[in-house]
Design a protein around this ligand. Sequence first.
Ligand SMILES: [Zn+2]
Ligand SMILES: [Zn+2]
Length: 82
Amino acid sequence: MLKLKPCCECCAADLPPDSGAAMICSFECTFCSRCAHEHLHGKCPNCGGELLARPRRPASLLAKYPPSTERVVKPGGCPQAS
Ligand SMILES: [Zn+2]
Ligand SMILES: [Zn+2]
């Protein structure tokens, strides 16, 4: 089951479980679509894997399967595009 992390690791933008802007890698490193495209070019900076759109969890299931509340943000923020 996905953890559904609450924010972008780069810019700390909120990414609620119903957000259509959340992008994840296979380890569920989580980024907003703006960082994923503009800074990361679709590639996870932690593991090198591809970033794909995170599926939304239906609101009716969030009470039983709540999203993670642990905010993970990289200390250095977004890597600059090279
Ligand atoms: Zn971001
Ligand atoms: Zn990753």
